[in-house]
Write a new protein. Sequence first.
Length: 72
Amino acid sequence: MKTNIVAKSIIAGSLAIALAGCGGMTQRDRNTVGGAAIGGIAGSLLTNGGTLGTVGGAAVGGVIGNQVGGRR
């Protein structure tokens, strides 16, 4: 019972810290992170969970996410 409460507290604290770190991001930064996340998932799915595919997909997705969007 105590372990469950401690685990939930750690998860909640980690989530709060992670969300606070995203507060000052520009639109381009958010696009880069989103592209990396989507690319990592796609790379993992295409290579059946292979590490190289996941990392490669995240890298390519991050670059694409960084470049997508209109220049103002």
